[in-house]
Write a protein that binds this ligand. Sequence first.
Ligand code: MN
Ligand code: MN
Length: 317
Amino acid sequence: MSEKKRYQPVDAMAFPRFEGIRTFMRLPHVTDLSDVDFAIVGVPFDTGGTYRVGARFGPSGIREHSVLLRPYNPVLDVDIFAVCSGVDYGDLPVTPGYLPESHEQIENGAAAIFAAGVIPVFLGGDHSVSLPLLRAAAAKDGPLALVHFDAHSDLWPSYFGGKDTHGTPFRRALEEGLIDPSRSSQIGLRGPLYDAADAQMSNNEGFNVVTGPELHRRDFAEVIKEIQLRAGASPAYLSFDIDFVDPAFAPGTGTPEVGGFTSAQCQELIRGLLGINFVAFDMVEVMPAYDPANITSLLAANLVYDFLSLIALQSQS
Ligand code: MN
Ligand code: MN
């Protein structure tokens, strides 16, 4: 039997970071999923956007600004590629302008990755893509514990009469039984709402809710513990809408809300989630066109790096 291949980034001491074709973290672009533990997967679709669009360029923006990442994460004390074999799978096929068709393409594309036993980290795309991704994940492991960072609950029944937008994926996920709210948390919700009932939507559905203003006042360790207790040992899906972050740190997004969180706070929260049984991750709503100094893409790349560190640590345990 041949030894297992271990895919890892190009050695930055041998090849300067500005060289080569852009993949996430300069990983090999590989679509054969044998010998792969995790895969970075682009989902460049933004027809579900209701305000600004441009998240179709999110995957390429995040890849472009991931070249400075290094394999050893000192805070979590893990050398990712000493433990894991990781690749950049490229992008899933989509049909711009055609949401139902694209969601089907995304679900099918994601299903192939789950079937291979690989942990995917999806780069959106607008938040509507989480719905087909959850469909594929839940078909294998569902219903899932959702750990959802976002300024918005994305639980609205519809937008402009349309049932599938970036403001509705988790309403559909609930209706379809893809997620178990009693095991799920929504963190960072804030900003003006349509009416008082909006503020209760997540609580009414049984989610653990930590609003933005609450999170600013609370001890993070306590909040992390609450998320962990909620998720328990269930297969879990982490969905990170970059608008969880304050627009001062992440201006390049579709529906920015002030009063958010810093880069360092995001890192602290994600790193605290070690121990949850994550089967997939997504990073959505990054829009390079609204990101003048590329700080949003840079932050998204670094948060994805923390996802990879969690994957490495959970595969070790
Ligand atoms: Mn969202
Ligand atoms: Mn949002």
